[in-house]
Ligand binder design. Structure first.
Ligand code: 5AD
Ligand code: SF4
Length: 434
């Protein structure tokens, strides 16, 4: 028997890429690959890339430059680029970095085994199609490998919203939902392999319509024995329907955490972003969500320095953040993406955008810290995911997605422990068993 070939995958960007990387590893498992944790001894390196902001693509090219010399050490090494940079740049990647053997877009992963055979025979392989066949049907996982207790599950891909700054509708394509029965079957399979929590993924997950709405899918998943926790991300405010809001109050397994990007607090900018909601409608929506689930922790995404953003527009964003008080939030400096409508518009001076980003992040961090501190003395449930660095310590996540260290851990990986929070830092909490 020949020794297994080694596969190293580096994942950039969103959680959907994390999910896709797992599926790619499984697809190549059938070709005799096992995963390794370092590129140094790999026979195949895959960069699963993100194209959402400028620097991400540049990072990929510099990473490729760093990896190239490994081919001199191991002449059998093949290098591939997957994900959204692969989709957007296609052949250009091989032109700019000839060390790349394989380029595969996010909709063509199921063809990886054939592509691998091709590159092993010395030919380059490129596939950025949006094929008719369902890639998920081909990405069948190998028999019952044990999984970590918290897993991602892609239910929907692509986006039809066309926000003026965003490449997703171009790189991931039109919105497509997976049929609910396939999602349910995958969830049952995950549970058999040790999973206790699933996060349903989609670029516009609450627009899900795979024969059921997202609320109906969540209610159906809640009946799966052994599945204890359900989350979903990322949502668009316009697709938060009444039934989904009600589910937050009614479905115990649906965790009290919601990522609901707003991007800006200025109606003028929201309009230019083609967001089709206002700051006011977003705030009213959050009121309704909090009425259904008062303890819910909100999270969001923001872009500062969008073309033509004035000081007054930015102040409106700060005001919205003060009103919502996010438990977490991700804020980005606008970066013009070729092919998107906003890329044609006059940009805000970089120094101004930097300054706004600093102010916004400082405000968000203050709130995050206050919310973390407010957890001290409270009892929470933690899904234990792995041992911590300290002796006897375990790490996991609370209902609210806080990272929690349990110092006197009695619970094992995969168990849900009731603990009391005794200390808070900006990014983590410390707890003891009750
Ligand atoms: N520039 C900056 N941030 C962006 N995002 C998406 N496109 C851009 C861009 N061109 C941010 C949005 C989105 C998150 C995933 O990335 O806030 O919600
Ligand atoms: Fe991009 Fe999200 Fe807007 Fe779709 S809804 S275009 S994924 S920012």
């Amino acid at each position: 028997m020949t020794a297994p070939k080694k596969l190293f995958i580096k994942t950039y960007g969103c959680q959907m890429n994390v999910y896709d990387s797992e599926r790619m590893a499984e697809a190549l498992g059938g070709q005799g690959y096992v995963e390794t944790t370092t590129p140094d001894d790999a026979d195949m390196i895959l960069l699963n890339t993100c194209h959402i902001r400028e620097k991400a693509a540049e990072k990929v090219y510099s990473e490729l430059g760093r990896l190239k010399p490994l081919k001199e050490v191991n002449p059998d090494l093949k290098i591939g680029v997957a994900g959204c940079v692969a989709q957007a740049e296609g052949e250009e990647i091989m032109r700019r970095q000839p060390a790349v053997d394989l380029v595969v877009g996010p909709q063509a992963y199921h063809r990886l085994p054939e592509m691998e055979t091709r590159v092993r025979s010395g030919k380059p392989a490129l596939d950025t199609d949006f094929p008719e066949e369902d890639k998920f049907d081909h990405l069948k996982s190998r028999p019952k490998a044990k999984r970590a207790p918290a897993a991602f599950l892609t239910v929907q891909e692509g986006c039809d919203k066309f926000c003026a700054f965003c490449v997703v509708p171009y790189t991931r394509g039109a919105e497509v939902s997976r049929p609910a029965e396939k999602v349910l079957a995958e969830a049952r399979d995950l549970v058999e392999r040790g999973v206790r929590e699933v996060t349903l993924l989609g670029q516009n997950v609450n627009a899900y319509h795979g024969g059921m709405s997202l609320a109906e899918l969540i209610r159906a998943l809640a009946t799966v024995d052994g599945l204890e926790r359900i989350r979903y991300t990322t949502s668009h405010p316009n697709d938060m329907d009444d039934d989904l809001i009600a589910a937050h109050g009614e479905v115990d397994k649906l965790m009290p955490y919601l990522h609901l990007p707003v991007q800006s607090g200025s109606d003028r900018i929201l309009k230019r972003m083609n967001r089709s909601h206002t700051a006011e409608s977003y705030l009213r929506l959050i009121e309704r969500i909090r009425a259904a689930r008062p303890d819910i922790v909100m999270s969001g995404d923001f872009i500062v320095g969008f073309p033509e953003e004035t000081d007054a527009d930015f102040e409106a964003t700060m005001e919205l953040v003060r009103q919502v008080k996010y438990g977490y939030a991700y804020s980005f400096k606008y970066s013009a993406r070729p092919g998107t409508p906003a890329a044609e518009r006059p940009e805000v001076a970089p120094a101004v955008a930097d300054d706004r980003l600093r102010q916004l992040q400082a405000l968000i961090t203050t709130h995050q810290r206050q919310i973390q501190n407010s957890m001290v003395g409270r009892d929470v449930s933690v899904l234990v995911e792995k041992p911590g660095r300290k002796e006897g310590q375990m790490l996991g996540k609370s209902e609210y997605l806080h990272a929690v260290h349990i110092d006197d851990a009695k619970a094992q990986v995969g168990e849900i422990a009731r603990v009391r929070i005794v200390d808070a830092k900006t990014n983590s909490l410390t707890a003891r068993h009750l």
